[in-house]
Design a protein around this ligand. Structure first.
Ligand SMILES: *[C@@H]1O[C@H](CO)[C@@H](O)[C@H](O)[C@H]1NC(C)=O
Ligand SMILES: *[C@@H]1O[C@H](CO)[C@@H](O)[C@H](O)[C@H]1NC(C)=O
Ligand SMILES: *[C@@H]1O[C@H](CO)[C@@H](O)[C@H](O)[C@H]1NC(C)=O
Ligand SMILES: *[C@@H]1O[C@H](CO)[C@@H](O)[C@H](O)[C@H]1NC(C)=O
Ligand SMILES: *[C@@H]1O[C@H](CO)[C@@H](O)[C@H](O)[C@H]1NC(C)=O
Ligand SMILES: *[C@@H]1O[C@H](CO)[C@@H](O)[C@H](O)[C@H]1NC(C)=O
Length: 495
């Protein structure tokens, strides 16, 4: 006979010894039994119990409960006594004793104490589990007794994946699970079962907090990216990124970018297919070689597609940096300041209208009258061309202009390759429509000069007689002012 009291104290050892000594002789001469009710009770740790000691012996005396547990008498009668035993923290044995016809009679029972586990915990699952790969469920169970009746069950929803006894005080139970698509969003949990059904209790169950699993599948191929190879600044073009074989496609994240510019993508999915579309608009500062990037992220993994793209400007000539009306003096060094920009870099040439005569751009050169004219400045690249008209006026020298112009209107001119007379030192100052009035003016002047000469002659004759006024007035005649005024007009070609 051994007690099951865990904390063995000296007092308890003595008590046990006493029980044994009392019990042995009594069993033989016992006609009446001392009943202990209930028999083999099971109660939770710290619980209490009503114990009834009773006998059918008509002359029963001193019926009582003998225990080291705390007890109190609840009620008694002839041949019985009921006690409440409280704070039962461990398995114990209790004893009832009494006297019948002067002989001691006894009865006993064991008390089984059970405890529910203090902790049942399913370890966190991987945040994303690849489909087709194993993962492990870990369940930890702390406390709980009696251990022999404690079982740990791992569950997917209500499906039992594994059932194992909890042996150690801190028991860890594991199960390997092959992840499938069906496990996406599945609920996993761990359950302990304390089975004391033979002792008349229902199944005592404790369940861990549930864990949800997310599974995913990514194809091995990168996304298919459809994007333009060339994109002009400030223009828009659609960009498409598609990926098939993605599970669950609805949870994939798509990132579309043009260089460092994130594109606002519209994402749609049909089954395992995901499509992201965006409109790419290149900024001026993005000119040059860029990349269109599409990355698809799912389950912490990323698939990326990149495509090279050239952001270009069609060629342009900056009007602000290219004066369109130039007035240069003949025989001076000048620079035609013009700049073209674009990507790829355009070639800039300025050719005279109607001829292939070219003026150097950005390089000093000696100006002469042949440069007079209208030029088509053209910036050309593989992506297009841009034209700006530049007019160059060459101003001849005043002093040299007079005589030559008067002498031969045509002779002082310069012919271009087309055989046209471009300018003459004098006539470059006169427009075609002015030619006749000028000629008339010249002829008139000649006439006036003739008259003046004649008058002078007459006046000289008079001077000899003491009269002389006209000579002083002669410089005021508008003879010489004509060519000077005409010189100031813009030069022009004469056909
Ligand atoms: C104890 O048992 C006796 C005999 O069976 C019974 O008469 C009595 O009522 C019981 N007392 C209690 C409190 O159950
Ligand atoms: C119950 O028993 C334990 C030791 O067995 C003791 O520490 C505790 O104080 C008791 N509680 C009550 C309420 O008597
Ligand atoms: C998964 O684990 C089981 C055993 O638990 C094993 O037979 C199987 O080969 C494993 N599968 C993979 C893909 O690792
Ligand atoms: C509980 O454990 C006890 C002692 O080990 C055993 O006799 C009993 O059969 C177990 N009960 C169940 C339901 O397993
Ligand atoms: C992104 O696109 C959607 C529709 O395509 C539009 O409603 C939204 O305003 C856009 N957001 C930005 C920041 O451009
Ligand atoms: C996707 O690519 C861009 C580069 O454009 C990068 O900044 C971003 O971090 C990437 N996303 C992920 C999840 O790696």
């Amino acid at each position: 006979m051994a007690t099951m009291i865990p904390a063995v104290s000296w007092l308890r050892a003595c008590w046990t010894l006493l029980v044994c000594c009392l019990l042995t002789p009594g069993v033989q001469g016992q006609e009446f039994l001392l009943r202990v009710e209930p028999q083999n009770p099971v109660l939770p740790a710290g619980g209490s119990l009503l114990v009834n000691c009773s006998t059918d012996c008509p002359s029963a005396e001193q019926v009582t409960l003998e225990t080291s547990l705390s007890k109190e008498l609840v009620d008694n009668g002839t041949g019985w006594a009921a006690h409440r035993v409280s704070n039962v923290t461990g398995n114990s044995r209790i004893l009832c004793s009494g006297y019948c016809n002067g002989s001691q009679i006894i009865g006993s029972t064991g008390i089984t104490v059970y405890r529910l586990p203090e902790r049942v915990e399913l370890a966190p699952l991987p945040p994303w589990q690849p489909v087709g790969q194993n993962f492990t469920l870990h369940c930890q169970v702390e406390g709980g007794s009696p251990r022999t009746n404690l079982t740990v069950v791992l569950l997917r929803w209500e499906e039992e994946l594994s059932r194992q006894p909890a042996v150690e005080e801190l028991a860890e139970v594991t199960a390997t699970v092959l992840a499938g698509r069906g496990d996406h969003g599945a609920h996993f949990s761990c359950r302990t079962e304390l089975d004391l059904q033979l002792q008349g209790l229902r199944l005592l169950v404790n369940t861990s907090a549930p864990r949800w699993l997310r599974t995913f599948a990514l194809p091995v191929t990168p996304p298919r990216l459809v994007a333009p190879r060339f994109l002009e600044v400030e223009t828009s073009w659609p960009v498409d990124c598609t990926l098939d074989g993605l599970f669950p496609a609805s949870e994939a994240q798509v990132h579309l970018a043009l260089g460092d510019q994130v594109l606002n993508a519209t994402v749609t999915n049909h089954g395992d297919m995901l499509t992201a579309t965006a409109t790419a608009t290149a900024r001026a500062d993005q000119e040059g070689a860029r990349e269109i990037i599409c990355n698809v992220t799912l389950g912490g993994e990323r698939l990326e597609a990149r495509k090279n793209l050239t952001v270009f400007n069609g060629p342009k000539i900056d009007r602000a940096k290219c004066p369109q009306h130039l007035k240069w003096k003949d025989k001076t060094r000048q620079v035609l300041q013009c700049q073209a920009r674009g990507n790829p870099s355009p070639q800039l040439r300025c050719l005279k209208e109607g001829s292939s005569q070219e003026v150097p751009v950005g390089i000093p050169f000696l100006v002469n009258v042949t440069h007079n004219g209208t030029y088509q400045c053209q910036a050309v690249s593989s992506l297009g061309k841009y034209t700006l008209v530049v007019v160059i006026n060459i101003e001849g020298e005043l002093t040299r202009g007079h005589g030559a112009g008067l002498a031969s209107p045509g002779g002082g001119g310069v012919r271009d390759r087309g055989g046209r007379i471009l300018t003459s030192r004098f006539l470059c100052t006169a427009r075609n429509s002015h030619f006749v009035p000028v000629l008339l003016a010249v002829l008139t002047t000649l006439g006036v000069v003739t008259v003046v000469v004649a008058l002078t002659y007459v006046f000289r004759a008079r001077k000899q007689r003491g009269l002389y006024h006209v000579r002083q007035e002669s410089p005021s005649l508008p003879l010489t002012s004509m060519p000077t005024e005409a010189m100031r007009e813009e030069p022009s070609r004469v056909e």
